[in-house]
Design a protein. Structure first.
Ligand code: GAF
Length: 392
C-alpha cells in the first residue's frame, strides 16, 4: 500500500514525506533511512554468543520526522490508515503499545531506560522492506526511528551502541527474544561488504563481498510460506541452546568448538545433540566463509552455504517444504550454494549464482513451486548496501 498523495512510481522517501505532509500538515525536519538485511551465513548463532555474516539490503524503510512540542509521540505508517499516539506512560511500560507501533514505542522505551531525554516527535513511516518475509523489517523501523530520535534530540549516543539499544526495544518492549544480528546489520552494514560480527564482543570487521567483480549475484527468494509458529519455535530453539550450555558448563555454545564437539554431544540427549551440532558447526562455517572471502574466493563459499542449509533442515529443524524446495531447485539450476536466511519457518532463501544465470535460477524455482502447488515465490537479486543513514 502506498501513501495517499504520493503519486505512483515515487520512492520510499517520497512516500514518507507525502505521508508526513498529509498527516501533519507540515514539513518534516528530516528523513532517516534504514535497510532490511539478509544473512549470508551464521544462523541462530547470535544468541549463542557466536559469529554471523549478514549484509544490508538496498530495500529501505524511511522515517520522516519532526519534533513535537507536547513531548508525545505520534507515528503514522503507510501500512495502517490510523496513526498511533503515545506518551511517556505508554512508552514506559512494555506491552502498552502493540502491533507495528510497538517497535517505535520500544525504541523510545530503550532510549529512556538508557537515561536519555527523548524528544517528543511526529513520525511518518514508509517501507520497501516486505513485512513478514524474514528480511528484518522490524530492525529497519527500529533503527530508522532510533536515528531520527537521536538526531532530533541531539542525544549523546555513539552509533556503536545503537544495535544493543534497538535489540533491547525488540527483546524487552516488543517481547521477541532475538539476538543482535539484525540490528547490527541494519545499523553497521556497508555497501559492497558483508558484516563479520562477533556477537560476544560486538567486534566487527567489514569483509569485502565483491559480487559484481566476481560476475556473481545473490538471488533472494521470498518463499511466501506462511510463518508457522515461528515465534514459539524460535524461543524454543533459544531455550534449548541455553539449557545445553548450562549442561555443558559453558557460558554459551560459542564456547564449544568443532574439536570439542564429539565430547560435548556425548553428554546430551538426542534432540539437544542436533541443536548443538548445528550451532557449533555453523560458527565454524562462518569462520570458513570469512576466510574464503578474505582470499577473494567468493564462488567457493557456495558449498558452505548449502551445508548451512542442510544443518538447519536436519539438525536445527527450522525449515519448511517451500524453503527446501527453493534451495533444491536453485542448486539443481546451477546455483553455487543456497540456504534459508533468517530465523526460519518461512522467510527467504538466498542463492549464490552467476549474475547472468539469476533469471534462469529464479525461473527454475518458480517452476518447482508450481509443480508442488505452492504460492509463487518472489525473487530479487541484491548487492550489499549501506546501513542506517540520515537522508536530509
Ligand atoms: C532472527 C533474529 F532476529 C536474529 O537475532 C537471529 O537469531 C536470526 O533470527 C537467526 O539467525 O532474524
Amino acid at each position: 500500500m502506498s501513501a495517499e498523495g504520493a503519486p505512483a512510481g515515487t520512492t520510499v522517501a517520497d512516500r514518507a514525506t507525502a505521508g508526513f505532509r498529509q498527516r501533519y500538515g507540515a514539513e518534516p525536519a528530516g528523513r532517516w533511512a534504514a535497510p532490511g538485511r539478509v544473512n549470508l551465513i551464521g544462523e541462530h548463532t547470535d544468541y549463542n554468543d557466536g559469529f554471523v555474516l549478514p549484509f544490508a539490503l538496498p530495500l529501505r524503510t524511511v522515517v520522516a520526522a519532526a519534533p513535537a512540542p507536547d513531548g508525545r509521540w505520534t507515528v503514522w505508517s503507510e501500512l495502517d490508515d490510523e496513526p498511533v499516539e503515545f506518551g511517556a506512560a505508554e512508552a514506559g511500560e512494555p506491552g502498552r503499545v502493540d502491533g507495528w507501533a510497538a517497535y517505535v514505542a520500544g525504541v523510545v522505551w530503550a532510549l529512556r531506560a538508557d537515561g536519555h531525554d527523548v524528544p517528543g516527535a511526529r513520525l511518518a513511516v514508509a517501507s520497501d522492506v516486505p513485512v513478514g518475509s524474514g528480511l528484518s523489517s522490524s530492525a529497519a523501523i527500529e533503527s530508522a526511528v532510533l536515528a531520527a530520535l537521536v538526531d532530533l534530540g541531539g542525544l549523546d549516543l555513539p552509533a556503536g551502541r545503537w544495535p544493543r539499544l534497538a535489540q533491547r526495544a525488540e527483546n524487552d518492549y516488543v517481547g521477541a527474544p532475538t539476538g543482535i544480528m539484525d540490528q547490527s546489520a541494519v545499523i553497521r552494514g556497508r555497501a559492497g561488504h558483508a558484516l563479520f560480527l562477533d556477537c560476544r564482543t560486538e567486534e566487527i570487521e567489514q569483509i569485502p563481498f565483491d559480487l559484481d567483480g566476481a560476475g556473481l549475484a545473490v538471488l533472494v527468494i521470498d518463499s511466501r510460506a506462511p510463518h508457522r509458529h515461528a515465534d514459539g519455535e524460535y524461543a524454543a530453539r533459544r531455550k534449548s541452546c541455553e539449557r545445553a550450555a548450562a549442561t555443558l558448563g559453558v557460558t554459551a555454545l560459542r564456547d564449544v568448538d568443532v574439536a570439542g564437539l564429539d565430547a560435548a554431544l556425548n553428554r546430551l540427549d538426542d534432540e539437544t545433540r542436533r541443536r548443538v551440532r548445528h550451532v557449533v558447526t555453523e560458527n565454524q562455517r562462518v569462520l570458513d566463509t570469512v576466510a574464503l572471502l578474505r582470499a577473494g574466493r567468493v564462488r567457493d563459499t557456495g558449498p558452505l552455504l548449502t551445508a548451512s542449509h542442510a544443518s538447519m533442515r536436519d539438525d536445527f529443524e527450522i525449515t519448511v517444504p517451500e524453503i527446501d524446495t527453493a534451495v533444491e531447485a536453485a542448486l539443481a539450476a546451477g546455483a553455487y550454494g543456497a540456504r534459508m536466511t533468517g530465523g526460519g519457518f518461512g522467510g527467504c532463501v538466498l542463492a549464490l549464482v552467476d549474475a547472468e544465470a539469476a533469471d534462469t535460477v529464479a525461473a527454475a524455482v518458480t517452476e518447482a513451486y508450481a509443480e508442488r502447488g505452492f504460492t509463487a515465490p518472489g525473487t530479487l537479486t541484491v548487492l550489499p548496501a549501506g546501513g542506517v543513514t540520515r537522508l536530509d
